[in-house]
Write a protein that binds this ligand. Structure first.
Ligand code: IVH
Length: 675
C-alpha cells in the first residue's frame, strides 16, 4: 500500500510540475501525448484505489458539482476596486499624492502589470491547498464558485514548493483570451445560441454556471495580481510576492515588472498600448502599484479603493455612436453583409466610421435601425462591429432594416436558404462584385500572393477590362502598353507588377487551393486536403465520401469542394491556369501507421492509364507505403503498368508480389471504402 501511495504521490507531483511548466512558464518539457499518458496512469491507479484519491489530485481538476444556487461567502479581507486615470496629468497627480503621503521626494518603484479585462476572484489556500474560490461580489461578500474555479487548468489545486503561509488569499483575474472568445462564440452560434458581446461577459457567464461541467468546457484562463488575507509570512514587496507566487505554480502576467517613477510607468503604458492588439488577450489598461507593502499600508485606502494603486486606462474598445445608414456589401461568395455607416468615433485609439453587422440573421437579431444609437466595439485588428442598440435612446420612427431582394451590385435575386444566417446574391461569377472579390482573394497574401496587386489596382484593372477573369492575370504581360497608360501606373511599377505575377506562378498546392476561393476552404482545410491527397488531380477526382477522409473535412466542406470541381467553368479555369504556367511541387503524403500498406515498400513501373506516376505515388503514401525507385529484396510490392520492363523481371525473379493497374485501382477503391 505504501508503495502505491508513493507512486500516486510521484505521479501527482510530476503532473503538477508539468502543469506549472505549461501554464506558468509557458515552456512545456514533454509532449501533450506524454502528459496524457502520465495523466491516464494516475487516473487508472486512482480508480483501482479510490480511497487514496485526494482532493488536490490533478485528476480532480474536472467538473463535478451541480449547484442549486451560489452560496455567499465573506472575504477574509475586502476586495477593493481601483481608481482610474486617463492621461499623463492625472497620473502625475496620483504619483504626487502618493509621494506626499509617504513624505518622499525621489522617484518611487512601482509594480506595473496589465489590467486584464475579466472578473476578480479570491482563491483561499490553506496549507497550500485550494479550499475555496469566490467572486468579488460587493467586495465584502462574494459568491462561492469553488467547483467552477477548480475546472480552470491554470489554477493550481495545490501549491508547488513549500513555505506558503498557513492561510493565503490569492487575488486574480479570470479571463478569456481572444482566441478562446472567438472559439466559444463560434461554438455558441453553431448551436443557435446568442454569442457573448465581449470576452469579459463570456468569462463572467462561464464562471457563473451552476453546472461546473459547463464551466469546464469554457476556455477560462487565470492570472494573479495580489494577495488578500494572509496567516504566515510573505515577502515585503509586491514584486517579491508575485515572484514567489510564480514559483508556487500560480500564473503571474509575463508583462508585469517594476518601473521607477512616472517616466517608467508612462514608458510601460506606451509599450503595452503599442502591443495591445498583438497580445493574446484583451486589456483594459495597466495598473501601477506602490511596490513596498509597508508603504502600501501607510497610504491605506479610501472607502472603495487603495491609495497606493491606480489603473491607467487604455482608450475604450466599446463606445456609443449613431448609425447614419446601413449599406449592403457583396462578398466573394455572394454573401450579403450589412454594414453600418456611423458618425465617426474613436474606438480603442482608431477612428471608426463603419461597423459590420455580419449577416441578415445578426442584423435582425440585434434589430439595428438607421438612426439608432449603438455600442460599437473594436478589438485587436478585428473589423469593428455593432454589439447592440442602446434601446433606451431609440427614437420613434426608426424603421427595421430589410434585406434587399435583389443584389445591390448586379440585380440578381437574393437567396436566403431556410436555416441559413447568410443571404446571398445568386449571380455567381456574373456578379461583378463576386468576381472582383474572387480576384482580389486569388491575388491576396495567403493565396497566390501577388505582391503589389492590392484592392485599388485590381479595381483599376477590372474597370479597364484588362482582366475579366482570374486566369487573365497571367496574360497581362501581353498588355504592357495598355498597363503603362493606366492612370498612376508608371513603367517601373508595371514591370514590378508583371514580375510579381510571374513569381506567383510558382506556388504550393495548399495556396492554390485556397486561392480558388472555394466556400468553406480556408488555409487550414486547404492544407489538410493537399496533404491528404498529394495532388490536385486526386482532389478533383475525389467524390464527397473520399474527400471526407481528409482531416477536418466534414460533410459541408466535402460538398463545397466536390461541387466546385464538378462545375465545368471551374475545371476550365484550373486547366487554363496550369497551361499558363501556374505550378507547385508534389506533396509527399505522410505515411500513416495504420494505412492499408503501412510500412510496405512499393515500387511503381510502366505506364498507368488512369493517373500519373506522381499521383499514384501520393496515393500509395497516403495508404502508409514507402515508395522507392529500385526493386530489391526489401520490396514488398511492385505495381506494373503497361510496358513494364526490367523491374518487372527482377521482381519476378526475387519473388516480389506484382500487381497490375486493375489490381491497384481495386486496392485504392478498397482503401477509400475503409476510410
Ligand atoms: S488590483 C487592491 N490588478 O480591475 C486592488 N486589479 O477596477 C484590487 N483587475 O476588481 C485590484 N487586472 O477585477 C488589480 N492587475 C490588476 C488587475 C485588476 C484587472 C480588475 C479587478 C478589479 C478591477 C478594479
Amino acid at each position: 500500500m505504501e508503495e502505491i501511495q508513493a507512486t500516486l504521490q510521484r505521479l501527482r507531483d510530476e503532473i503538477r510540475h508539468h502543469n506549472y511548466l505549461y501554464y506558468v512558464k509557458d515552456a512545456p518539457e514533454i509532449t501533450d501525448a506524454e502528459y496524457d499518458q502520465l495523466f491516464r496512469q494516475l487516473q487508472a491507479l486512482e480508480q483501482e484505489h479510490p480511497h487514496l484519491v485526494t482532493l488536490d489530485s490533478p485528476t480532480r481538476q474536472v467538473a463535478g458539482e451541480v449547484a442549486k444556487e451560489f452560496v455567499p461567502v465573506a472575504h477574509l479581507r475586502p476586495m477593493q476596486s481601483l481608481d482610474n486615470v486617463f492621461d499623463e496629468g492625472e497620473l502625475r497627480e496620483f504619483d504626487r499624492r502618493v509621494r506626499e503621503g509617504l513624505g518622499v521626494s525621489e522617484d518611487l518603484p512601482y509594480w506595473v502589470e496589465p489590467k486584464m479585462d475579466g472578473l476578480a476572484v479570491n482563491l483561499t489556500y490553506r496549507q497550500g491547498i485550494l479550499v475555496q474560490a469566490a467572486t468579488r461580489g460587493d467586495g465584502k461578500t462574494g459568491e462561492k464558485v469553488t467547483a467552477n474555479v477548480r475546472t480552470i487548468q491554470m489554477v493550481p489545486l495545490r501549491l508547488l514548493g513549500e513555505g506558503w503561509p498557513t492561510v493565503l488569499e490569492v487575488r486574480g483575474e479570470v479571463y478569456i483570451s481572444r482566441q478562446g472568445f472567438h472559439d466559444l462564440n463560434e461554438w455558441m452560434v453553431d448551436r443557435g445560441k446568442p454569442p457573448f458581446a465581449n470576452p469579459r461577459n463570456a468569462a463572467a457567464g462561464s464562471l457563473r454556471q451552476l453546472n461546473s461541467a459547463i464551466t469546464a468546457e469554457r476556455p477560462l484562463a487565470f492570472c494573479c495580481h495580489g494577495v488578500g488575507h494572509v496567516e504566515g509570512e510573505l515577502p515585503a514587496s509586491q514584486s517579491e510576492i508575485l515572484e514567489l507566487f510564480g514559483q508556487w505554480g500560480l500564473p503571474v502576467s509575463k508583462e508585469a515588472g517594476v518601473r521607477v517613477g512616472v517616466a517608467g510607468c508612462l514608458a510601460y503604458y506606451e509599450d503595452l498600448m503599442a502591443r495591445r492588439d498583438a497580445l493574446p488577450y484583451e486589456l483594459d489598461g495597466v495598473v501601477y502599484k506602490v511596490n513596498q507593502l509597508a508603504w502600501q499600508e501607510r497610504l491605506g485606502s479610501t472607502s472603495h479603493a487603495p491609495r497606493w494603486a491606480i489603473a491607467h486606462k487604455f482608450p475604450a474598445q466599446e463606445v456609443v455612436t449613431k448609425v447614419v445608414a446601413v449599406d449592403v456589401q457583396v462578398g466573394r461568395t455572394g454573401a450579403l453583409t450589412p454594414v453600418a455607416r456611423l458618425l465617426p468615433v474613436n474606438v480603442g485609439g482608431v477612428v471608426v466610421t463603419n461597423a459590420t453587422l455580419h449577416n441578415a440573421q445578426e442584423i435582425s437579431r440585434k434589430d439595428v435601425r438607421v438612426g439608432d444609437r449603438v455600442v460599437v466595439r473594436r478589438a485587436g485588428d478585428v473589423i469593428p462591429e455593432v454589439v447592440r442598440v442602446v434601446l433606451e435612446e431609440r427614437e420613434e420612427g426608426n424603421q427595421p432594416f430589410v434585406m434587399p431582394c435583389q443584389c445591390p451590385v448586379c440585380g440578381a435575386a437574393v437567396e436566403q436558404p431556410e436555416g441559413e444566417a447568410v443571404a446571398r446574391c445568386s449571380g455567381g461569377m456574373t456578379c461583378p462584385a463576386q468576381q472582383k472579390e474572387a480576384m482580389r482573394h486569388f491575388a491576396s497574401r495567403g493565396a497566390m500572393d501577388v505582391d503589389g496587386l492590392g484592392d485599388k489596382l485590381m479595381a483599376l484593372l477590372l474597370e479597364n477590362k484588362l482582366v475579366e477573369e482570374i486566369p487573365d492575370l497571367y496574360e497581362l504581360h501581353q498588355k504592357r502598353q495598355a498597363l503603362i497608360q493606366l492612370e498612376r501606373l508608371g513603367e517601373k511599377s508595371v514591370e514590378n507588377l508583371l514580375a510579381a505575377i510571374e513569381t506567383s506562378k510558382k506556388t504550393t498546392l495548399p495556396r492554390f487551393l485556397f486561392a480558388l476561393g472555394i466556400r468553406e476552404v480556408g488555409v487550414t482545410v486547404a492544407e489538410h486536403l493537399a496533404n491528404h491527397f498529394g495532388t490536385l488531380e486526386a482532389i478533383m477526382a475525389a467524390d464527397e465520401e473520399r474527400l471526407r477522409a481528409a482531416p477536418e473535412v466534414g460533410e459541408v466542406v466535402a460538398r463545397r469542394v466536390a461541387g466546385f470541381f464538378r462545375d465545368e467553368k471551374h475545371r476550365a479555369m484550373v486547366a487554363r491556369l496550369q497551361e499558363l504556367g501556374v505550378n507547385w511541387p508534389i506533396i509527399e503524403v505522410k505515411a500513416k501507421a495504420e494505412g492499408r500498406l503501412a510500412g510496405k515498400t512499393v515500387v511503381l513501373t510502366g505506364t498507368l492509364s488512369q493517373m500519373t506516376r506522381e499521383e499514384a505515388a501520393a496515393r500509395l503514401k497516403a495508404m502508409g507505403a514507402k515508395v522507392t525507385d529500385a526493386v530489391s529484396r526489401k520490396t514488398d510490392l511492385l505495381i506494373a503498368g503497361e510496358k513494364a520492363g526490367s523491374k518487372l523481371e527482377k521482381a519476378k525473379s526475387l519473388g516480389v508480389e506484382v500487381m497490375d493497374e486493375e489490381g491497384f485501382l481495386a486496392l485504392l477503391a478498397d482503401s477509400d471504402v475503409e476510410k
